[in-house]
Write a protein that binds this ligand. Structure first.
Ligand code: ZN
Length: 186
């Protein structure tokens, strides 16, 4: 092996590892992500009234404290992280919509969810325009934080080690979400 081949092998090795992991986590074959994003309302319960991202909800800290329980407040308003494996939404597999626990804005659907094995509800894409991102340096290494576009509530972080076709892993705190099952009520 000459020097150039060695360099190429070193560059390719981590990429190959990543592709292998992502392939193993493929949620379903042949997913049309744009279609999932366009048709998300089909997974809302019949007659559900949900707010839109443009109806901004701004409350004071005290108003949020009244509206949220302590665990929700810690995550949504103080960018806390729930313990892995603590959310019942990890095992939620029914058709439906995952909305912000702070303001009810739909953020993801059941068709966007996959089992990442991390202990947090995970999604490979999101409802367009309903989440906003920012860089976060809390763990020294930069991460991409994301939050609800309507109320600003922190939801989680997005990483690039998710499954195809997007390669995204939206790693969400379950306590920051409310699940609206399409059938049969909560
Ligand atoms: Zn919200």
């Amino acid at each position: 092996m000459n020097r150039r081949m060695l360099l190429e092998a070193l560059v390719a090795a981590p990429l190959a590892g990543l592709a292998g992991r992502a392939l193993a986590a493929t949620p379903k074959g042949g997913i049309d992500v744009q279609d999932l994003q366009k048709t998300w309302k089909a997974l809302l319960p019949a007659g559900a009234a949900v707010p839109s991202a443009s109806e901004a909800l701004k409350l004071s800290k005290d108003e949020w404290k009244k509206r949220l329980d302590a665990a929700q407040f810690r995550v949504l308003r103080e960018e806390g992280t729930e313990p892995p494996g603590s959310s019942p939404l990890n095992d939620e597999k029914r058709p439906g919509v995952f909305a912000c626990a702070g303001c009810g804005l739909p953020l993801f659907t059941s068709a966007m969810k996959y089992d990442s094995g991390t202990g947090w509800p995970s999604f490979f894409t999101d409802i367009p325009g309903h989440l906003q991102t920012k860089r976060d340096f809390r763990l020294i290494l930069p991460r991409t934080e994301y939050h609800c576009a309507r109320c600003g509530g922190h939801q989680g972080h997005v990483f690039d080690d998710g499954p195809p076709p997007t390669g995204q892993r939206w790693c969400n705190n379950g306590v920051a979400l409310r699940f609206l099952p399409k059938e049969g009520g909560a």
